[in-house]
Design a protein around this ligand. Structure first.
Ligand code: SAM
Length: 207
């Protein structure tokens, strides 16, 4: 018998982000989109393509992309981070949703995006949910869409819901969901934590 799907996400992660939202938002906003996502630049679609930002945090990336002319849907489970992000831009610029991986139930099943950004989220999901999340994101990709995932090695844990992401397993699963790997990039931690490595995976969806 198939094992039951673990809880979508432990509320501990969201409580952590709610509790520290103001301080974390300041920290995230101090980084520039172009600097932290430099690897992505060659893969950008042309505005006004549709973008999904999952785990949008302070809204830094969603707002940046909306200002460039993309149609952006940002999804974030922390109520406080959503409030902070929404307070920084006009209501027409970005569509905001409260939801979470792996199921993203509030994102309609027939919606397709040209570009999906899921930056610094996956390591908060247990491994089985990482794969469920990958499958769900692959379903939301239009043909030819770019899926960009970043995650960190566990290193120092600020909270207990921090899991290793098995890159090889993820890449193999991605291939079975029609996602062709374009690039794997390792970067150091932007906050200067030497024990933490960051990875970015860039895929293109092929039907
Ligand atoms: C390290 S922050 C990254 C925020 C933003 N993406 C960035 O790059 O600055 C992790 C974000 O993932 C969100 N998050 C945690 N669990 C999530 C889940 N299951 N689904 C979607 N987002 C989640 C958190 O609330 C938080 O906003």
């Amino acid at each position: 018998m198939a094992k039951p799907t673990p809880q979508v996400n432990s509320s501990g992660v969201v409580s952590y982000y709610d509790k520290h939202a103001d301080e974390l938002a300041q920290r995230y906003d101090a980084l520039s989109f172009e600097a932290i996502h430099a690897a992505l630049m060659p893969y950008f679609p042309t505005p006004p393509a549709t973008v999904l930002d999952v785990g949008s945090g302070s809204g830094r990336d969603a707002i940046h992309l909306a200002k460039k002319g993309f149609h952006v849907l940002a999804v974030e489970p922390s109520k406080r981070l959503l409030e902070i992000a929404q307070s920084k831009c006009g209501s027409n610029e970005v569509s905001w949703l409260s939801d979470r991986l792996p199921s993203l139930d509030s994102v309609r099943g027939d919606r397709k995006f040209d570009f999906i950004l899921c930056s610094a989220v996956l390591m908060h999901l247990p491994s089985r949910n990482q794969i469920l999340a990958l499958k769900r994101l692959s379903e939301l990709c239009a043909n030819g869409a770019v899926l960009y995932l970043t995650f960190r090695s566990s290193g120092v844990k600020e909270l207990s819901e921090m899991y290793e992401v098995d890159k090889t397993h993820l890449i193999n699963k991605a291939a079975s969901y029609g996602l062709r790997l374009k690039e794997v990039v390792e970067t150091s931690d932007w906050c200067g934590r030497t024990s933490i490595a960051w990875w970015a995976l860039i895929f293109v969806r092929e039907n």
